[in-house]
Design a protein around this ligand. Structure first.
Ligand code: ARG
Length: 450
């Protein structure tokens, strides 16, 4: 018998002896304690299963989930029941942002900051940013690109209830080619190599073998989704947004490896050819999509690929980011893609490409996520369509449809309220007055739950 086996046998023997000496009291199996029930009176309800509003609806919430959604006349609310009175408000599912970076701050743009930021600073940023995001009515996010494995840890602490924040669908660091959008360019080799020992293993990868290794390693450490950098970017040094970075073959390996592990792939792609190759390789979403052409749009439709276009970002990058020290190289790149991205977004919307809401929060301040609705409507969507992109469709993209995205029995009680009709004026969503996540109230400006 090996040493380990003998330890196991002795432990089992000790457990038996304990059970004989201390028999468990024979009791009837107890019925589980009833879940707390809350009745939410919704004056107007947008449940995100259609484009319509319904008036005077009651949602019954048992514990964390919705058990019933019905016309007010059909629900008998007991006299002593706990009621959330939103009868003068518009109630919607909690919003979902499919492209955030909760580790990042948006008030420092000098690339040298990357060298200065400790993991502690990134963690502190995450705590603050998660709170701002939840207060803004975003009850779920997909976080696509952070230090290993910030988002996994944040997800855990939020799920434990230790940190208030949105539900997190976590990626690890984004996979980048050497010298690509995710690499530390512009530094001496000694600095660059020393900087990111972990990223070197998990994220800076070339060729099928390194890609497979990095994805398997990320899965091992608990990521929900894989982010790849298919083309160059705007806010990186020394690369071009329009240029393809991973090859089609590399992306195909990334998709096969991630899908085999049950993980979706989000592909950062501004460039025309990189978008098409990523779509053909089978990625689940194109992030940014700035320079997509007619063929790329058709391919996305054919493959059912989501477009997640951060079309508010341009305002902030060309405004505040410049004030906060954004280098000229990045300003020039933004000027190249910003307007085209919005125009091409409209073409994709008109062609019927699937759209999911994602903003790149972290580039601009977390909590301002809803500012993007204005642009989604300005560039071709209806308010209902834009809201469904941030609820029902977003839930589909992040693989959480059975839990979030619509207000139906069985889903988490993740809901928000606004005081004016968001279908008449989508910007209303920039001022959310009530936030509930998993049946727990996190914001209640008008005292609806009193
Ligand atoms: N993270 C992206 C990048 O660096 C931001 C792009 C922002 N610009 C835009 N027009 N969406 O490439």
């Amino acid at each position: 018998m090996s040493q380990i086996q003998s330890v196991v046998v002795r432990a089992a023997a000790a457990a038996c002896a304990f059970a004989v000496l201390h028999p468990v009291a024979q009791s009837q199996p107890k019925a589980p304690a009833p879940l707390p029930v809350v009745y939410v009176k919704a004056g107007h309800l947008f449940d995100a299963t259609s484009d319509n509003l319904r008036d005077n609806v009651v949602l019954v919430i048992e514990g964390e989930r919705i058990s019933k959604v019905a016309p007010a006349g059909e629900v008998k609310i007991p006299a002593d029941a706990k009621v959330v009175d939103l009868s003068k408000s518009y109630v919607l599912p909690g919003l979902i942002d499919c492209h955030t970076h909760l580790e990042a701050r948006s008030d420092k743009y000098d690339p040298i900051n990357e060298v200065k930021q400790t993991p502690f600073m990134g963690g502190f940023n995450g705590v603050v940013n998660a709170a701002h995001t939840l207060q803004a009515g975003f009850t779920s996010v997909r976080d696509v690109g952070s230090s290993p494995f910030f988002a996994v840890d944040l997800r855990r602490y939020i799920d434990e209830g230790f940190i208030p924040g949105p539900r997190v669908v976590a990626s690890g660091p984004a996979l980048s080619i050497t010298g690509g959008h995710g690499d530390m360019n512009g530094f001496a080799p000694s600095v660059s190599n020393m900087m990111y020992p972990a990223e070197k293993d998990f994220a800076i990868v070339d060729g099928p073998d390194e890609i497979r290794h990095a994805i398997r390693a990320q899965v091992k450490y608990g990521v929900d989704v894989i982010k790849i950098l298919a083309t160059g970017g705007v806010l990186s040094q020394g690369d071009k947004p329009g240029a393809e970075q991973f090859t089609y073959e590399e992306m195909k390996v990334a998709v096969e490896t991630a899908h085999a592990a049950g993980r979706k792939v989000a592909a950062h792609a501004h460039g025309t050819q990189g978008i098409k190759d990523a779509v053909r390789a089978g990625v689940d979403s194109i992030e940014h999509g700035s320079l997509v052409d007619a063929e790329g749009i058709q391919l996305m439709k054919q493959h059912g690929t989501y477009l997640v276009a951060d079309i508010y970002n341009d305002d902030y990058i060309l405004g505040k980011a410049v004030e906060f020290g954004l280098p000229q190289e990045n300003v020039d790149k933004e000027r190249m893609v910003g307007r085209l991205q919005r125009e091409n977004f409209q073409k994709a919307v008109e062609a019927g490409v699937k759209i999911a809401f994602g903003t790149d929060a972290g580039v601009y301040p977390h909590g301002d996520n809803a500012k993007q609705f204005h642009y989604m409507v300005k560039f071709g969507m209806t308010p209902a369509g834009a809201i469904r992109a941030a609820t029902q469709s977003a839930a589909d993209l992040i693989d959480r449809s059975k839990d979030v995205g619509t207000l139906e029995p069985g889903k988490y009680a993740d809901l928000i309220a606004v005081t004016a009709n968001p279908l008449a004026k989508v910007e209303t969503l920039e001022h959310v007055s009530f936030v509930m996540k998993g049946g727990k109230v996190y914001k209640d400006e008008a005292g609806a739950a009193k």
